[in-house]
Design a protein. Structure first.
Length: 218
């Protein structure tokens, strides 16, 4: 008869341990969710970072860290917010204050992974499909910006209307004629920055299959 209480006691300890484990797992999951929520990069956090630094006042390691932080923050934004940030006047002010070497490093750090493969794939398309792909990318950028600005409804946007700044019909024609990869490699850092939103949109189109559909058939 002494054996039964011992078995009951073990069961109670097992159930208690299991309950503690469930509570600990729940608290861990809740903590992870809270941490992720607070650590997620948003447009507001990104803009706050831009306002908290003055690149003109930084040099050496502090300047390098600020530029790396800018690249990391930009990369952490969701696609639409990142596209918007690339053509924001405040980001362009930072870019204008960079040296040529800093500009090149910043572009390499913030363009999407595999974008050079995308450029190669783009050059294999017939000229008419290259034109259409660029037209579609520009239209997506314009539409997304108009929709976002309409949603803001405040008239305080720091993003200029129309195509990405500096990107005009002449540049589009040249990129289509000689190939986007060649045009990119021959361009200045400033022009590369103006192309960045388009390259990222083309990358999205390639990943979704929209860029390569009909590639073989011309």
């Amino acid at each position: 008869m002494r054996y039964i209480p011992a078995v009951t006691g073990r069961r109670q300890r097992i159930l208690f341990s299991a309950a503690l484990g469930l509570v600990a797992a729940w608290l861990l999951a809740l903590g992870g969710y809270t941490l992720a929520k607070h650590s997620k990069m948003t447009a507001e956090k990104f803009n706050s970072f831009l306002r908290s630094r003055d690149l003109d006042q930084l040099s050496g390691g502090a300047r390098a860290r600020a530029l790396q932080d800018l690249a990391d923050h930009l990369n952490a934004l969701a696609h639409e917010e990142r596209q918007r940030a690339r053509i924001d006047r405040e980001v362009r002010k930072w870019f204008e204050k960079m040296t040529e070497q800093e500009k090149e490093q910043f572009l390499e750090a913030t363009l999407p992974t595999g974008f050079r493969q995308m450029l190669s794939a783009f050059e294999e398309l017939p000229a008419d499909r290259r034109r259409k792909a660029l037209d579609d990318a520009l239209k997506r950028i314009r539409d997304a910006r108009q929709n976002r600005d309409a949603g803001d409804g405040q008239g305080t946007s720091t993003v200029e209307p129309g195509s990405p700044p500096g990107w005009d019909e002449a540049l589009q024609k040249k990129a289509t004629t000689i190939g986007l990869r060649t045009f990119y490699n021959q361009s200045s850092a400033t022009t590369k920055a103006e192309m960045a939103p388009i390259l990222e949109e083309l990358q999205q189109m390639m990943e979704s299959g929209a860029l390569l559909r009909g590639r073989r058939g011309g």
